[in-house]
Design a protein around this ligand. Structure first.
Ligand code: DON
Length: 316
């Protein structure tokens, strides 16, 4: 009986083009009305609640997309996956994990509370703001211009376009209002986890959060992470670490339910993006700026739950 259970093949279902994907958008679009667009970064508040888009990119390069896929949005917390990969590639895991931990928090993404608990004052993981700030503080180079330029070069092969663009209005809006993030930096500086200049770090961090992408770019990032062997510009080990964090902490304090309902590594951002990785199969990019109470795209979650069930995506 066990022998049979192990050898039984799970059907590899594949989305059959843009038309089939259109139906998933239709089904999830009404759900966007139940969410709210983020406004704690003032410039994000002008996003359109009803927007919803999705792209799937298979490992053979076939790409499909539906909904408002022309809309670009800022990466926000999706950038945390890329900044983590960058410092892992540059320093190796031993150095990186001196500054940030490996454990989920169960707290909201911007929570400061855990920094004061426990014997170890490192932020618990690189997917929460405190951890991502510690990661960005490791960006190599001298001064903002050089440090950004080097990170941008690392980002380029992950994107569809040749030139990385930043939404400077959204960046400024966050830079001018991110008092909680600044206070986390000060706290981490006090404990010698961060040695950076506070305003320089805020510039780099808000810039990485304000990198523009559309759902096709996100699906490309996902498809690179879905290649289990890694790529020429990012090692298998770094990708493995990033995907593990995506499973345990990528959807913040909704990561447990997401693992049950969808079952793939994923990362959300407050502008409404979701990056998902179906290992060995495809990358998925979703955009829907109306968010649920945990800060995840409400329409996007509905959409990816349906996709995962239809195409048998869960890795569990
Ligand atoms: O630091 C912040 O608050 C934002 N730039 C990013 C937060 C974010 O995307 C959380 N995601 N759900």
């Amino acid at each position: 009986y066990l022998q049979n259970a192990v050898t039984k093949k799970v059907p590899y279902l594949r989305c059959n083009g843009n038309k089939e994907l259109d139906k998933f958008i239709e089904l999830s679009k009404p759900v966007t009305q139940n969410g709210t667009v983020a406004d704690y970064i003032p410039a994000l508040a002008s996003a359109k609640q009803e927007h919803l888009s999705v792209s799937i990119r298979y490992l053979d390069g076939e790409e499909m997309y539906a909904g408002d896929f022309v809309e670009a949005f800022t990466l926000q917390s999706i950038s945390k996956v890329l900044s983590l990969l960058y410092v892992l590639e540059f320093y190796g895991e031993e150095v990186v994990f001196k500054h940030v931990g490996k454990e989920p928090t169960g707290d909201p993404f911007n929570s400061i509370v855990k920094l004061e608990e426990g014997p170890d004052t490192k932020p618990l993981n690189p997917m929460i703001n405190a951890g991502a700030l510690a990661v960005t503080s490791l960006f190599p180079g001298n001064g903002v211009t050089e440090r950004w330029e080097r990170f941008q070069q690392f980002l380029t092969p992950f994107f569809e376009k040749d030139k990385i663009e930043v939404d400077t209005e959204i960046q400024k809006s966050e830079f001018d209002t991110a008092f909680l993030n600044r206070s986390m930096i000060y706290y981490l500086k006090q404990n010698e986890i961060i040695n950076d200049d506070v305003e320089e770090l805020m510039t780099l961090y808000t810039r990485q959060c304000s990198v523009l992408a559309d759902c096709l770019d996100i699906a490309k990032i996902g498809s690179i992470l879905a290649m289990n062997e890694g790529a020429s510009f990012v090692s298998r080990r770094s990708v493995q670490i990033a995907k593990t964090f995506m499973v345990t902490c990528g959807m913040y304090n909704a990561s447990g339910e997401f693992a049950i309902e969808v079952g793939v590594p994923a990362k959300s951002g407050v502008s409404g993006g979701i990056l998902a990785v179906v290992p060995g199969r495809c990358g998925v990019g979703i955009f829907g700026p109306a968010l649920d109470k945990m800060g995840n795209s409400i329409g996007g979650l509905h959409l990816i739950k349906n996709l995962s069930k239809s195409y048998n995506w869960s890795i569990f």
